[in-house]
Design a protein around this ligand. Sequence first.
Ligand code: GLU
Length: 322
Amino acid sequence: MAVGRFAPSPTGRLHLGNLRTALVAWLAARAPQRGHRQGPTTTNTFLLRFEDLDTAAVRPEHYHSQRHDLSAIGLDWDGTVIRQSDRLADYDRAVARLTDADLLYPCFCSRKEIREAASAPNLAHAGHHYPGTCRELSSAQRSQRGRTRDPALRLRAGAAVRTFDDLVMGRHRFEIDDFVIKRNDGTPAYHLAVVIDDAAQGVDLVVRADDLLESTSRQLLLYELFDLPPPRYGHVPLVLASNGDRLAKRHGAVTLEDRADRGESPAQVITFLASTLGLFPAEAAAAGETTSPTKLLDRFEFQQLPRQPLTLPAHYLTGSGR
Ligand code: GLU
């Protein structure tokens, strides 16, 4: 048994990168689990969850468009589709547990202040990590700073280091900075919500894009603090435009709808994506043969997947189609 999931944010139409990750997440969850005895009627579980806590970015029509596009490429899911915006009480309870354990502190820094502090010469090695500015404020300093800005809550991570074996990207090790658990507008932060939800839904196989690879160490620390068993992780390399940017609407025909306007069926899109993952022969795809997620199930193996990002040539995204 595996319980996998896909957890998009309904902020726009899914693009080819999102669909490609969703395909891998679905295959990983639905494929027969190696080393497990499985009868012909046993199915593995695949869940869909909308990560919609960033209400300023959510566009309500995309709850529907994303479900529609996933179905159109042949992906299905089990049970009720969860929305994080319905689960605020659970996140509040989790924040309260961390507060009770004295693991959180108020942080008054703006993004700009953090960027500037982290690029100070003595901290330049810290990259985007939080430099600890508010960690040891006195209570007088806290009430002083609290007059002009509501605080976020940060976790005292103590520069912990976690190592994990990613199913796609191999072994990784990251130092964990003090990261935000609750944002200064009162919204639970992504790392908290994702861990609480994956645990509550029994997810034991997290497949997502590799821009979240480093986040995994933070999330592993949260699993430990909540005394929950962590899932296995597989991070799928990103899809990039020809200039090296992460794929976005402005790069051209990036959604299923855009591809349909060029005369491409969802089956052709999924076949192309499968070929870029090494799951379908590129020559057969070029010759017009198509496949489907179900047909790919038998041959799915994490080890086959590329570890490099996929760069789409400009003509593929902006050319006039076939
Ligand atoms: N909601 C995140 C995204 O759309 C995915 C988070 C996850 O899979 O853990 O990028």
